[in-house]
Design a protein around this ligand. Structure first.
Ligand code: SF4
Length: 376
């Protein structure tokens, strides 16, 4: 079901929010995110009041069912990591709401969040820097187990050994230190540490991008196996679309803090609709020598989220840009069942009203080196 509503709930000094969408579901929903925004103040006036913001996450809504995996994809700087950390409330929320298992956790204080801390875990990209070099594997995994009383104190040792076994770590590793292990094994330690506190939701932030390709497959298979065995729900943040295709049920494509397209993984790979998604997916290698790849190269750099383009944020790089795109932000359209896209091309209310909207091709002005716009 889709609800669309207008909302200008950010304070007057913040940028005006655009049209928004909430996708809700009656199934067993672990996480519901509604119109989530995370703006970082980057300039203040004489009185210290923010006058400019970096819009890292700008109005994101989605739901995530138990046991499922949603993939968040996009170029570096699109806001996917900030989204993950904002959901975990590692950053203060600018606007919007987060529901975990039906409970609104948006306004909870740090101490009130404690009881949810074990339910929501994060697996970092870099297994080298996220493990304390002074702690043994057993202590790294067991630390939070003791702190949160996951099992009685006299059972912690055996419990940690059991988690290690599930994550493919031998019992003799218990007393060793992180520097004695390879990258793949360190990531297994990170996974074991996250899962030891029996989480319900795990945010995997580029969990395999720092690893060799041969090790990546092992870690991805381990995550899949543990998901089935322990009934885990994942948010999988990655720029590697081949990995995302393999592990996710749904995909959300982000650009400059906005959700551009979302739908089930098979549907989006079969028929990417948004011009940005089409460009991203054109780079995915096809394991068939007879298939000729048609790579779409995006022109220009990703614009600054501190000063995003007007209208459709992608219009400065879109080969299908029309006059209306620079002036009006697109709304979400359900182009296929469960497949939503934010692009005027799929909005019949726009495309059937050529008398009202400028549907002619439009080339945005190029920014000169001095930052001035020219019509070249
Ligand atoms: S709304 Fe316009 S600029 Fe944006 S993706 Fe669609 S065609 Fe391109």
């Amino acid at each position: 079901m889709i609800e669309q509503k207008k909302d200008n709930s950010v304070t007057d000094s913040a940028p005006v929010s655009e049209e928004k969408v909430t996708v809700s579901s009656s199934k067993d929903v672990v996480l519901r995110v509604e119109h989530l925004k995370k703006y970082f103040p980057i300039a203040t006036d004489f009185f210290g009041r923010p006058t400019a913001y970096l819009r890292a996450v700008d109005d994101i809504s989605f739901t995530l069912e138990r046991g499922k995996t949603i993939g968040i994809v996009g170029e570096s700087g699109c806001g996917k990591t900030t989204l993950g950390r904002t959901i975990l409330k590692l950053y203060d929320i600018t606007d919007g709401e987060i529901y975990f298992e039906g409970n609104n956790i948006t306004g909870l204080s740090k101490s009130a969040m404690k009881k949810y801390r074990t339910d929501m875990q994060l697996i970092f990209q870099d297994p080298y820097s996220s493990l304390s070099p002074r702690m043994t594997v057993g202590n790294i995994i067991g630390e939070a187990v003791r702190q949160h009383n996951i099992v009685p104190k006299d059972e912690v040792h055996d419990y940690v050994l059991d988690i290690m076994k599930k994550c493919g770590l031998r019992p003799q590793f218990y007393d060793r230190y992180p520097h004695e292990f390879s990258g793949g094994q360190r990531q297994r330690i990170c996974i074991a540490r996250a899962l030891a506190v029996k989480p319900k939701l795990v945010i995997c932030d580029e969990p395999v991008s720092a690893l060799d390709v041969s090790i990546q497959a092992q870690i991805i298979n381990l995550l899949k196996e543990l998901q089935t065995r322990m009934g885990l729900t994942y948010i999988f943040i990655s720029h590697d679309l081949s990995v995302v295709k393999y592990i996710t049920d749904r995909i959300m494509v982000m650009y400059l803090g906005n959700m551009m397209e979302t739908g089930d993984t098979a549907g989006i790979f079969r028929n990417p609709l948004h011009p940005y998604t089409q460009a991203l997916f054109s780079a995915v290698p096809v394991p068939d020598p007879d298939v000729k790849m048609k790579r779409i190269i995006l022109e220009g750099d990703i614009p600054s989220p501190a000063n995003p383009p007007s209208g459709c944020k992608f219009h400065t790089r879109c080969s299908k840009c029309m006059g209306v795109c620079a002036a009006k932000a697109p709304r979400y359209v359900e182009a296929e069942a469960g497949h939503f896209v934010a692009c005027h091309l799929y909005d019949t209310e726009i495309m059937n009203r050529g008398d009202e909207y400028d549907l002619t091709p439009y080339t945005p002005p190029v920014e000169s080196e001095e930052g001035e716009k020219t019509d070249e």
